[in-house]
Design a protein. Structure first.
Ligand code: DX5
Ligand code: ZN
Length: 230
């Protein structure tokens, strides 16, 4: 089966929040496939970021899908608000669920609210076994390669084993990796089987955003190629 192309999802967390519309345009012109939007509630993670109101404004201008990463304790409570605001991909953290049955209830509620693509995420200290029973229920797994909460952290290479374990099951959904991704860390992510790559600080701090994004895509595609022919 031919694989989907690599998708690059810039994380707006590293953008200048005083001019989000311009920043959105800048990443779209640079070739972004999705726009990654980090939602934090000050409870599941110690940081606070943005809510549905901002997502709604972004949606008015976005040409690419909004990939909304909920780092919040009560994902069910806010699912409708984010769908109505225009989130096309909506991801919750499995740590917010008691067990697999509880996580499935969240997934079912997301679907009932009209989420196009449902994702489940896990922090570096959460075992991959928490998400393996859910692969048949979701469209995307977001493997955190740093602890959720802040941009600009160092990539944790031990998280790559989770991406490999998910792919080892033969699962063909999206595997997204998020945190500390740059031209040095992306090849390992792609070789492990990730096909959606989130980058915040490395992209937004690059002197030429388009050049950086193009390079990230190229090193990712090349690393996948090596896996095929290995
Ligand atoms: C961390 C967020 C990430 C973060 C990525 O909690 O989920 O999306 O913004 O930023 P960088 O690429 O700077 O690690
Ligand atoms: Zn994120």
């Amino acid at each position: 089966m031919p694989r989907r192309p690599i998708l690059i999802a810039p994380s707006l967390l590293a953008a200048d929040f005083a001019c989000l519309g311009d920043e959105l345009r800048r990443v779209e012109e640079a070739g972004a496939d999705w726009l990654h939007v980090d939602v934090m509630d000050g409870h599941f993670v110690p940081n606070l970021t943005i809510g549905p109101v901002v997502v709604e404004s972004l949606k008015q201008r976005a040409r690419v899908p909004l990939d909304v990463h909920l780092m919040i304790s009560e994902p069910r409570r806010y699912a409708r608000a984010f769908v109505n605001a225009g989130a096309q991909v909506l991801t919750f953290h499995v740590e917010t669920a008691r067990d697999a049955a509880d996580a499935r209830e969240t997934i079912a509620l997301f679907r009932a609210e009209g989420v196009q693509r449902v994702g489940v995420s896990l922090n570096p200290d959460c075992p991959v076994e928490r998400v393996l029973p859910l692969l048949g229920d979701v469209d995307l797994v977001l493997v955190m390669s740093v602890f959720a909460g802040f941009g600009g952290q160092r990539f944790l290479p031990e998280t790559l084993a989770k991406t490999r374990a998910i792919r080892a099951t033969g699962w063909t959904g999206y595997v997204e990796m998020d945190g500390g991704l740059n031209a040095e860390t992306i090849p390992a992510c792609a070789a492990a089987g990730a096909d959606v790559l989130v980058s915040g600080s490395a992209l937004f701090s690059a002197p030429d955003l388009r050049e950086a994004l193009t390079r990230f895509r190229a090193v990712a595609e090349a690393a996948r190629g090596e896996t095929i022919h290995a």
